[in-house]
Design a protein. Structure first.
Length: 301
Protein backbone atom coordinates (compact mmCIF):
# COMPACT_ATOMS: atom_id res chain seq x y z
CA UNK A 1 0.00 0.00 0.00
CA UNK A 2 1.23 3.50 -0.79
CA UNK A 3 1.18 5.94 2.10
CA UNK A 4 -0.16 9.17 0.63
CA UNK A 5 -0.19 11.02 3.95
CA UNK A 6 3.56 11.36 4.19
CA UNK A 7 4.65 14.47 2.29
CA UNK A 8 7.99 14.26 0.50
CA UNK A 9 9.55 15.54 -2.69
CA UNK A 10 9.20 13.50 -5.88
CA UNK A 11 12.27 12.48 -7.87
CA UNK A 12 12.93 15.44 -10.18
CA UNK A 13 14.98 13.67 -12.88
CA UNK A 14 12.19 11.56 -14.43
CA UNK A 15 9.78 14.50 -14.12
CA UNK A 16 12.11 16.84 -16.01
CA UNK A 17 12.67 14.24 -18.74
CA UNK A 18 8.97 13.52 -19.03
CA UNK A 19 7.86 17.15 -19.21
CA UNK A 20 10.62 18.13 -21.63
CA UNK A 21 9.77 15.38 -24.09
CA UNK A 22 6.00 15.88 -23.72
CA UNK A 23 6.24 19.55 -24.66
CA UNK A 24 9.10 19.35 -27.19
CA UNK A 25 7.26 16.76 -29.27
CA UNK A 26 3.72 18.06 -28.90
CA UNK A 27 4.09 21.83 -29.26
CA UNK A 28 5.69 21.75 -32.75
CA UNK A 29 2.93 19.36 -33.85
CA UNK A 30 0.27 21.65 -32.40
CA UNK A 31 1.82 24.59 -34.26
CA UNK A 32 2.32 22.74 -37.55
CA UNK A 33 -1.10 23.72 -39.01
CA UNK A 34 -0.01 27.38 -38.92
CA UNK A 35 2.48 26.60 -41.68
CA UNK A 36 -0.44 25.64 -43.96
CA UNK A 37 -2.60 28.69 -43.41
CA UNK A 38 -2.74 29.40 -47.15
CA UNK A 39 -4.07 26.02 -48.29
CA UNK A 40 -7.76 25.17 -48.67
CA UNK A 41 -9.85 24.55 -45.56
CA UNK A 42 -10.26 20.83 -46.15
CA UNK A 43 -6.50 20.32 -46.38
CA UNK A 44 -6.01 22.45 -43.28
CA UNK A 45 -8.46 20.26 -41.38
CA UNK A 46 -6.71 17.07 -42.48
CA UNK A 47 -3.32 18.43 -41.43
CA UNK A 48 -4.69 19.62 -38.10
CA UNK A 49 -6.32 16.26 -37.38
CA UNK A 50 -3.14 14.34 -38.16
CA UNK A 51 -0.78 16.65 -36.27
CA UNK A 52 -3.03 16.86 -33.20
CA UNK A 53 -3.51 13.09 -33.17
CA UNK A 54 0.26 12.57 -33.26
CA UNK A 55 0.72 15.15 -30.49
CA UNK A 56 -1.57 13.12 -28.24
CA UNK A 57 1.08 10.40 -28.13
CA UNK A 58 3.84 12.76 -26.94
CA UNK A 59 3.11 12.19 -23.21
CA UNK A 60 3.01 8.43 -23.74
CA UNK A 61 6.37 8.44 -25.49
CA UNK A 62 7.74 10.73 -22.80
CA UNK A 63 6.51 8.36 -20.07
CA UNK A 64 8.24 5.38 -21.67
CA UNK A 65 11.52 7.25 -22.23
CA UNK A 66 11.55 8.81 -18.75
CA UNK A 67 10.84 5.44 -17.16
CA UNK A 68 13.62 3.68 -19.10
CA UNK A 69 16.19 6.45 -18.58
CA UNK A 70 15.46 6.43 -14.85
CA UNK A 71 16.24 2.72 -14.64
CA UNK A 72 12.71 1.39 -14.74
CA UNK A 73 10.90 -0.84 -17.19
CA UNK A 74 7.71 -0.44 -19.20
CA UNK A 75 6.11 -2.85 -16.72
CA UNK A 76 6.34 -0.02 -14.16
CA UNK A 77 3.62 1.79 -16.13
CA UNK A 78 1.13 -0.99 -15.25
CA UNK A 79 0.16 -1.80 -18.82
CA UNK A 80 -0.65 -5.37 -17.80
CA UNK A 81 -2.96 -4.29 -14.99
CA UNK A 82 -6.68 -3.67 -15.35
CA UNK A 83 -7.97 -3.23 -11.80
CA UNK A 84 -11.60 -3.51 -10.66
CA UNK A 85 -13.84 -3.93 -13.70
CA UNK A 86 -16.68 -1.71 -12.47
CA UNK A 87 -14.60 1.41 -13.15
CA UNK A 88 -14.63 0.61 -16.85
CA UNK A 89 -18.40 1.05 -16.80
CA UNK A 90 -17.90 4.50 -15.34
CA UNK A 91 -15.22 5.25 -17.93
CA UNK A 92 -17.42 4.13 -20.81
CA UNK A 93 -20.80 5.62 -19.95
CA UNK A 94 -20.22 8.62 -17.68
CA UNK A 95 -19.16 11.16 -20.30
CA UNK A 96 -21.90 10.58 -22.87
CA UNK A 97 -24.33 11.26 -20.02
CA UNK A 98 -22.44 14.38 -18.88
CA UNK A 99 -22.29 15.61 -22.47
CA UNK A 100 -26.05 15.35 -22.86
CA UNK A 101 -26.50 17.09 -19.51
CA UNK A 102 -24.30 19.88 -20.84
CA UNK A 103 -26.85 20.41 -23.59
CA UNK A 104 -29.63 20.62 -21.01
CA UNK A 105 -27.67 23.15 -18.94
CA UNK A 106 -26.87 25.17 -22.07
CA UNK A 107 -30.59 25.47 -22.85
CA UNK A 108 -31.56 26.20 -19.25
CA UNK A 109 -29.08 29.08 -19.05
CA UNK A 110 -30.34 30.52 -22.33
CA UNK A 111 -27.05 30.10 -24.20
CA UNK A 112 -28.73 28.13 -27.00
CA UNK A 113 -32.15 26.79 -27.92
CA UNK A 114 -33.23 23.19 -28.30
CA UNK A 115 -33.44 22.25 -31.97
CA UNK A 116 -35.93 19.42 -32.60
CA UNK A 117 -35.48 19.90 -36.36
CA UNK A 118 -31.72 19.17 -36.14
CA UNK A 119 -30.99 22.19 -38.37
CA UNK A 120 -27.23 21.64 -38.51
CA UNK A 121 -27.62 18.10 -39.84
CA UNK A 122 -30.47 19.08 -42.15
CA UNK A 123 -28.30 21.76 -43.78
CA UNK A 124 -25.48 19.26 -44.26
CA UNK A 125 -27.83 16.74 -45.86
CA UNK A 126 -29.04 19.38 -48.30
CA UNK A 127 -25.70 19.19 -50.09
CA UNK A 128 -26.03 15.42 -50.66
CA UNK A 129 -27.82 13.73 -53.60
CA UNK A 130 -31.57 13.52 -53.06
CA UNK A 131 -31.42 9.76 -53.37
CA UNK A 132 -29.20 9.42 -50.29
CA UNK A 133 -31.19 7.25 -47.79
CA UNK A 134 -30.41 9.49 -44.85
CA UNK A 135 -32.61 11.55 -42.57
CA UNK A 136 -31.63 13.86 -39.71
CA UNK A 137 -33.29 11.51 -37.20
CA UNK A 138 -31.33 8.54 -38.56
CA UNK A 139 -28.02 10.38 -38.35
CA UNK A 140 -28.73 11.50 -34.79
CA UNK A 141 -29.63 7.93 -33.84
CA UNK A 142 -26.39 6.64 -35.37
CA UNK A 143 -24.30 9.30 -33.61
CA UNK A 144 -25.87 8.66 -30.23
CA UNK A 145 -25.51 4.90 -30.66
CA UNK A 146 -21.84 5.30 -31.66
CA UNK A 147 -21.21 7.59 -28.69
CA UNK A 148 -22.39 4.90 -26.30
CA UNK A 149 -20.75 1.98 -28.13
CA UNK A 150 -17.82 1.91 -30.56
CA UNK A 151 -16.70 5.56 -30.62
CA UNK A 152 -14.95 5.46 -27.21
CA UNK A 153 -12.91 2.43 -28.30
CA UNK A 154 -11.81 4.05 -31.56
CA UNK A 155 -10.83 7.32 -29.87
CA UNK A 156 -9.03 5.38 -27.15
CA UNK A 157 -6.30 4.53 -29.68
CA UNK A 158 -5.14 8.14 -29.58
CA UNK A 159 -6.22 9.04 -26.05
CA UNK A 160 -4.11 6.23 -24.59
CA UNK A 161 -0.94 8.17 -25.42
CA UNK A 162 -2.02 11.06 -23.23
CA UNK A 163 -3.28 8.89 -20.39
CA UNK A 164 -0.13 6.77 -20.26
CA UNK A 165 1.70 10.04 -19.67
CA UNK A 166 -0.56 12.23 -17.55
CA UNK A 167 -2.22 9.59 -15.36
CA UNK A 168 0.04 6.57 -15.86
CA UNK A 169 3.30 8.43 -15.21
CA UNK A 170 2.98 12.02 -13.99
CA UNK A 171 0.22 11.54 -11.41
CA UNK A 172 1.97 8.69 -9.54
CA UNK A 173 5.28 10.56 -9.63
CA UNK A 174 3.65 13.55 -7.93
CA UNK A 175 1.80 11.54 -5.26
CA UNK A 176 4.58 12.07 -2.67
CA UNK A 177 3.34 15.68 -2.53
CA UNK A 178 -0.08 14.44 -1.42
CA UNK A 179 -3.01 13.22 -3.47
CA UNK A 180 -4.85 16.51 -3.99
CA UNK A 181 -1.65 18.36 -4.90
CA UNK A 182 -0.73 15.60 -7.34
CA UNK A 183 -4.16 15.77 -8.98
CA UNK A 184 -4.18 19.57 -9.25
CA UNK A 185 -0.60 20.01 -10.45
CA UNK A 186 -0.77 17.22 -13.02
CA UNK A 187 -3.99 18.58 -14.49
CA UNK A 188 -2.81 22.19 -14.57
CA UNK A 189 0.21 21.01 -16.56
CA UNK A 190 -2.07 18.98 -18.80
CA UNK A 191 -4.22 22.04 -19.51
CA UNK A 192 -1.25 24.31 -20.25
CA UNK A 193 0.20 21.64 -22.57
CA UNK A 194 -2.73 22.37 -24.92
CA UNK A 195 -1.85 26.09 -25.18
CA UNK A 196 -0.60 26.13 -28.82
CA UNK A 197 -3.81 24.41 -29.93
CA UNK A 198 -6.00 26.74 -27.86
CA UNK A 199 -4.51 29.91 -29.37
CA UNK A 200 -5.55 28.54 -32.78
CA UNK A 201 -9.18 28.25 -31.68
CA UNK A 202 -9.32 24.65 -30.44
CA UNK A 203 -12.17 24.22 -27.90
CA UNK A 204 -12.49 27.99 -27.33
CA UNK A 205 -12.81 29.74 -30.70
CA UNK A 206 -12.50 33.48 -30.31
CA UNK A 207 -10.67 33.24 -26.98
CA UNK A 208 -7.00 32.64 -27.86
CA UNK A 209 -5.63 33.87 -24.51
CA UNK A 210 -8.54 33.45 -22.10
CA UNK A 211 -9.07 30.04 -23.67
CA UNK A 212 -5.80 28.80 -22.18
CA UNK A 213 -7.07 29.48 -18.67
CA UNK A 214 -10.50 28.10 -19.56
CA UNK A 215 -8.79 24.94 -20.75
CA UNK A 216 -6.99 24.63 -17.42
CA UNK A 217 -10.30 24.88 -15.54
CA UNK A 218 -11.67 22.15 -17.80
CA UNK A 219 -8.66 19.85 -17.37
CA UNK A 220 -8.65 20.26 -13.59
CA UNK A 221 -12.32 19.24 -13.39
CA UNK A 222 -12.03 16.49 -15.99
CA UNK A 223 -8.63 15.36 -14.75
CA UNK A 224 -9.94 14.90 -11.22
CA UNK A 225 -12.40 12.33 -12.58
CA UNK A 226 -9.73 10.65 -14.70
CA UNK A 227 -7.38 10.59 -11.71
CA UNK A 228 -10.12 8.98 -9.61
CA UNK A 229 -10.43 6.24 -12.23
CA UNK A 230 -6.67 5.71 -12.33
CA UNK A 231 -6.14 5.70 -8.58
CA UNK A 232 -8.85 3.11 -8.08
CA UNK A 233 -7.41 0.75 -10.70
CA UNK A 234 -3.70 1.66 -10.81
CA UNK A 235 -4.10 1.15 -14.55
CA UNK A 236 -3.80 3.60 -17.46
CA UNK A 237 -6.51 1.70 -19.31
CA UNK A 238 -9.44 3.12 -17.35
CA UNK A 239 -8.61 6.81 -17.91
CA UNK A 240 -7.68 5.97 -21.51
CA UNK A 241 -11.14 4.52 -22.13
CA UNK A 242 -12.72 7.53 -20.41
CA UNK A 243 -10.58 9.94 -22.44
CA UNK A 244 -11.61 8.11 -25.62
CA UNK A 245 -15.22 8.47 -24.58
CA UNK A 246 -14.72 12.19 -23.92
CA UNK A 247 -13.21 12.81 -27.33
CA UNK A 248 -16.05 10.87 -28.93
CA UNK A 249 -18.90 12.70 -27.21
CA UNK A 250 -17.60 16.12 -26.09
CA UNK A 251 -19.77 17.83 -28.72
CA UNK A 252 -22.63 15.34 -28.70
CA UNK A 253 -25.22 17.76 -27.36
CA UNK A 254 -24.46 20.33 -30.08
CA UNK A 255 -26.54 18.36 -32.61
CA UNK A 256 -29.60 19.01 -30.44
CA UNK A 257 -29.07 22.78 -30.33
CA UNK A 258 -29.85 25.60 -32.77
CA UNK A 259 -26.55 26.62 -34.46
CA UNK A 260 -25.00 30.04 -34.00
CA UNK A 261 -24.25 30.16 -30.26
CA UNK A 262 -20.81 30.62 -28.66
CA UNK A 263 -19.22 27.15 -28.44
CA UNK A 264 -16.76 28.38 -25.82
CA UNK A 265 -19.66 29.17 -23.51
CA UNK A 266 -22.04 26.29 -24.13
CA UNK A 267 -22.76 23.05 -25.92
CA UNK A 268 -19.55 21.09 -25.34
CA UNK A 269 -18.04 19.47 -22.27
CA UNK A 270 -15.08 21.85 -22.50
CA UNK A 271 -17.35 24.90 -22.54
CA UNK A 272 -18.31 26.92 -19.49
CA UNK A 273 -21.68 25.17 -19.38
CA UNK A 274 -19.88 21.83 -19.57
CA UNK A 275 -18.00 22.69 -16.40
CA UNK A 276 -21.27 22.55 -14.44
CA UNK A 277 -22.03 18.81 -14.80
CA UNK A 278 -18.31 18.03 -14.49
CA UNK A 279 -18.07 20.06 -11.28
CA UNK A 280 -21.26 18.47 -9.95
CA UNK A 281 -19.77 15.01 -10.44
CA UNK A 282 -16.49 16.03 -8.79
CA UNK A 283 -18.43 17.45 -5.84
CA UNK A 284 -20.30 14.13 -5.58
CA UNK A 285 -16.98 12.24 -5.58
CA UNK A 286 -15.69 14.41 -2.75
CA UNK A 287 -18.93 14.43 -0.77
CA UNK A 288 -19.18 10.64 -0.86
CA UNK A 289 -15.55 10.11 0.15
CA UNK A 290 -14.47 8.71 -3.21
CA UNK A 291 -11.88 11.46 -3.65
CA UNK A 292 -9.30 11.58 -2.29
CA UNK A 293 -8.87 7.84 -2.74
CA UNK A 294 -6.39 7.75 0.15
CA UNK A 295 -5.91 4.43 1.89
CA UNK A 296 -7.78 2.57 -0.85
CA UNK A 297 -4.94 3.26 -3.29
CA UNK A 298 -3.83 0.17 -5.14
CA UNK A 299 -5.41 -2.23 -2.64
CA UNK A 300 -8.33 -3.53 -4.75
CA UNK A 301 -7.89 -6.09 -7.51
Amino acid sequence: MMNTKRISMPDSKPLIIFLSISFLIAWPLFLLPLAFANVDLQTQQIIRTISYSLAMWAPGIAAIVATKVSGGTIADLNLKRLGPKRYYIWAWLLFPILSLLTGVVTVLFGIAEFDPAFSMITESLASLPESAPLTPALIVTIQVFAAFSIAPLFNMLFAFGEELGWRGFLLPKLLPLGEWKAILISNIIWGFWHAPAIIQGHNYPGYPVAGIFMMIVFTVLLGTILSWLYLNTNSPWTPALAHGSINAVASLSVIFLVPGFDLAIGGTLASVMGWIPLAAFVIWLVATGRVPVGEKLYTEE
